[in-house]
Design a protein around this ligand. Structure first.
Ligand code: OAD
Length: 265
């Protein structure tokens, strides 16, 4: 057995022996689907300044600029499909009890994978729908009131100016979490409860730089659980991880989870 095979074997045993698993994903899980990450060499934050695009102040200063940047991202993501990493995680959550998916991604690809894999298995998708800690580019919310709506990519080109709220005429904005904003309370509570109860936290494709999301695996570790990282590169989480699988999630997750997610018999 090579070093890599021995590590994969250890990782598979960790998954098999865990009763409750929390999975935290970041932009890296969608990289092989063609969605840009934030901090890599070609990451979005190399060519764009977060404070000019992803803060409430930026939206107040120049709503059309922020709106059109999210319209561009929404169009780009709408062309992407879940990869084998998303699918393996969806099947894990659909086929095993005690698995909670938590994502920082706003691309909706875990949900597409959940729906498509659930349909193949003839079950409901709910167990594989993730807590979305940073929202979704496919939802809008009013910047003045509580109004929210689904927002798919329209057939016609997107307007360059933000739409107005049908209830209060305030400006609609993407339902994503910007720097300096609170995370959605229900998702945050669901994620941290799962983290406290898990005996294994699987951290996939995240640089683990943005808290509180990056604390999810740390909470599992503090409660006595084990952390397993899947990422080509080391991150601040690596020092608490019992084991790291170094490589792309779209290749490693199907291998890691194959015995869990292949229907038996
Ligand atoms: P980052 O771009 O910071 O990190 C992506 C991670 O994915 C890096 O650690 C890469 O090494 C890893 N990676 C790249 N390709 C991979 C692959 N094929 N398989 C597995 N891993 C791979 O993205 P996040 O950690 O998600 O927040 O960033 C966290 C938050 O920062 C985002 O949600 C966003 C951003 O600012 C908000 O917009 C609020």
């Amino acid at each position: 057995m090579t070093g890599g095979e021995a590590e994969m074997d250890r990782a598979r045993r960790l998954v098999a022996s865990a009763e409750r698993i929390v999975v935290l994903t970041g932009a890296g899980v969608s990289a092989e689907s063609g969605v840009p990450t934030f901090r890599g060499e070609d990451g979005l934050w190399q060519s764009h300044r977060p404070e000019e695009l992803a803060t409430p102040q930026a939206f107040r200063r120049d709503p059309a600029l922020v709106w059109s940047w999210y319209a561009w991202r929404r169009e780009r993501v709408a062309e992407c499909r879940p990869n084998e990493g998303h699918r393996a995680l969806a099947r894990l959550a659909l086929l095993r009890d005690g698995v909670t998916l938590v994502t920082q991604n706003v691309d909706g690809l875990h949900t597409v994978a959940a729906e498509e894999e659930a349909e193949k298995l003839g079950v409901g998708p709910e167990p594989a729908i993730p807590w979305e800690l940073h929202g979704s580019v496919f939802r809008l919310r009013c910047s003045s009131c509580e109004y929210r709506e689904e927002h798919r990519v329209p057939e016609e080109p997107e307007p360059v100016e933000p739409l107005h709220c049908p209830e209060c005429r305030g400006l609609l904005r993407p339902d994503v979490v910007w720097f300096g904003e609170m995370l959605p309370a229900t998702a945050l509570d669901g994620a941290f409860q799962a983290a406290r109860e898990a005996d294994l936290a699987l951290a996939v494709g995240t640089s683990a730089m943005v808290h509180p999301a990056a604390s999810v695996p740390l909470v599992t570790a503090d409660a006595g659980g084990t952390v397993l990282e899947v990422n080509p590169d080391a991150t601040p989480l690596s020092r608490v991880a019992s084991l790291a699988l170094r490589g792309p999630a779209g290749e490693l997750l199907p291998e890691l989870l194959s015995s869990e997610v292949t229907p038996q018999g």
